[in-house]
Design a protein around this ligand. Structure first.
Ligand SMILES: Cc1cc2nc3c(=O)[nH]c(=O)nc-3n(C[C@H](O)[C@H](O)[C@H](O)COP(=O)(O)OP(=O)(O)OC[C@H]3O[C@@H](n4cnc5c(N)ncnc54)[C@H](O)[C@@H]3O)c2cc1C
Length: 509
């Protein structure tokens, strides 16, 4: 979309029958499900993507703010988390009065951290020499070396459940709060500063809408078309070979498939010493998820987003990431979009999405035998924790295991949140958005810089598009600074006019 708008002839190859990947969706018997992403953070990043192609997000999608953002259920008590600071203070007062006064100091200090780190997420990191840039030197103290996101929460809040409420967001990155770097305290901060949104019809309406815009701009989308190999030499990739044997000649290649799987599978040679095959194989990955998608012929009295925590969340995380076994007592994230959005299920019905964090496929778990047991355990737990009868109401039931993520989406080891976000795999140490060799191959998506999650993968797309434009002498606007917390920016501020280009892609006007 970004490149086609700037006059490039773009062909998009998608191995599945529809685009969207982990931000895709599906319909079954009148129920609509998001496959992966269910909450939209940092809406302003998405708005910028639409503005970059001369459009307004609001003209394409109906964005629905969700507040309270989610309910955290700790078993014996629960917390409604709001992005409205005064509502949140009242809730903290009710839940753990000593936490009330800490909210403002969390918001103030973490705003400061994000303002230093945000420019790091918007830039390109393809050379190690970038490590000596002045902006990185000033940002470095905010990365929080040797501290975890849980340590950061503990710095503001003494109640253990509130500490979890401000650090469990490491799960969005497929990490434990006790090992996820402190810098990621920016994730709970962005939730509280800008709130979270739903998109009417499901979050996958975003990729559907982008597909529509891209096609309108002339992008040739080829579905059920699997890229197998890049053809060329170490310096230049000339063509992409498809699984069918067909070759597509190209000037530049952008790989949005899982980067580890793609680099190991599509290139004959080592990319460079930094990204040689043994090193790629050694890089640590995030955990995976076990998913249930349930269509129920009843209206479930559950909030849009609910997190049911295990009695000992730390022990659960130790099993997922340490011994790589399935915990007996596990947490669940449940998305019940029908609570807010009547388009997701027939009237009086619910389209339920249930997620459990599980080890990726490096663990010795046979999902063919384990999946049916886990499904029953999840349903038991859900019926108990949600105090609801679920089983008699199931009309549609689909599931996804780590091996399904690996097979269907080509995600290395089913690690759905990409490479782990440990300090030694972030910024200049993460897979860059342009390969050192061949130089005309670009990487985007969760395993690349800046990281996993919708706003960050969109940022990776913007960086790659900017680099390609620079290479071809085409203007690409610089990224915007962080907006003020709270409301969203008016979309009228800046809409670039459409540019026209010659067939070779050189800028004409
Ligand atoms: C369960 C789950 C819940 C999540 N929840 C959220 C959330 O609430 N909010 C949020 O911001 N983020 C969330 N995320 C993260 C977010 O969904 C991902 O970061 C993002 O979708 C990953 O996008 P991607 O472009 O890197 O990869 P993908 O979305 O996987 O896209 C890659 C595409 O490439 C295709 N492909 C792969 N190999 C080939 C090939 N050889 N040839 C052709 N096509 C190929 C795949 O089929 C796929 O369509 C969640 C992720 C998961 C898995």
């Amino acid at each position: 979309m970004l490149l086609a708008y700037r006059g490039f002839a773009v062909t998009l190859l998608e191995k599945r029958s529809s685009v969207g990947g982990r931000t895709g969706g599906f319909r079954r018997d009148g129920y609509t499900f998001d496959v992966g992403s269910t909450l939209l953070m940092m809406r302003f990043v998405v708005e910028e993507m639409y503005e970059l192609v001369g459009r307004r997000l609001a003209d394409h999608l109906r964005i629905v703010p969700i507040d309270p953002m989610y309910r955290l259920d700790f078993g014996d008590r629960s917390l409604n988390v709001s992005s409205d600071a005064s509502r949140m203070e009242d809730e903290l007062q009710r839940f753990a009065p000593s936490s009330r006064r800490s909210l403002q100091s969390f918001l103030r200090s973490e705003r400061n951290r994000l303002s230093h780190l945000y420019p790091m997420l918007q830039r390109e990191w393809s050379g190690l020499r970038r490590l000596v840039s002045p902006s990185l030197v000033t940002a470095l103290p905010h990365v929080g070396l040797r501290r975890s996101i849980h340590d950061v929460a503990g710095q503001y809040f003494s109640d253990p459940d509130i500490q979890l409420a401000f650090s469990f967001q490491s799960a969005y990155l497929g990490m434990s709060p006790w090992s996820c770097p402190a810098g990621f305290a920016m994730v709970p901060y962005v939730e509280h500063a800008w709130g979270i949104d739903h998109i009417e019809g499901g979050i996958h309406q975003l990729t559907r809408s982008m597909e529509e815009i891209a096609m309108g701009l002339g992008v040739h989308i080829r579905r059920e078309c699997c890229a197998r190999r890049l053809i060329g030499d170490k310096r230049h990739c000339r063509a992409v070979e498809l699984a069918s044997g067909e070759r597509i000649e190209t000037d530049d290649v952008v790989i949005n498939a899982d980067a580890v799987a793609a680099l190991l599978g599509m290139l004959d040679d080592n990319v460079s010493l930094r990204f040689c095959r043994p090193r790629l194989r050694r890089m640590r990955e995030s955990c995976s998820t076990f998913m249930l998608y349930l269509g129920l012929d009843t209206r479930l009295a559950l909030d849009h987003h609910t997190f049911f925590f295990a009695a000992d969340y730390r022990a659960e995380m130790d099993r997922v990431f340490g011994s790589r076994t399935l915990a007996d007592d596990f947490s669940l994230y449940v998305c019940n979009p029908s609570a807010t959005d009547s388009t997701m299920a027939p009237p009086g019905h619910s389209a339920l999405y249930v997620l459990a964090l599980v080890p990726n496929t490096r663990a010795d778990i046979d999902w063919r035998t384990r999946a049916p047991q886990l499904r029953e355990q999840i349903l038991d737990r859900l019926e108990r924790r949600a105090s609801a009868s679920i089983r008699p109401h199931i009309q549609v039931s689909e599931q996804m295991t780590p091996t399904d993520w690996a097979d269907r989406y080509h995600v290395s080891h089913g690690a759905v949140f990409g490479l782990s976000h440990s300090i030694d795999q972030m910024l200049a140490f993460r897979l860059p958005n342009r390969l050192p060799a061949p130089r005309n191959v670009y990487l985007t998506g969760g395993s690349t810089s800046p990281g996993s999650g919708l706003p960050t993968i969109l940022e990776s797309a913007r960086i790659a598009a900017r680099l390609i434009c620079e290479r071809h002498g085409v203007f690409f606007p610089p990224p915007r600074p962080l907006p003020p917390p709270g409301g969203h920016r008016p979309q009228e501020v800046w809409v670039p006019g459409p540019a026209s280009f010659s067939a070779e892609g050189s800028h004409q006007a």
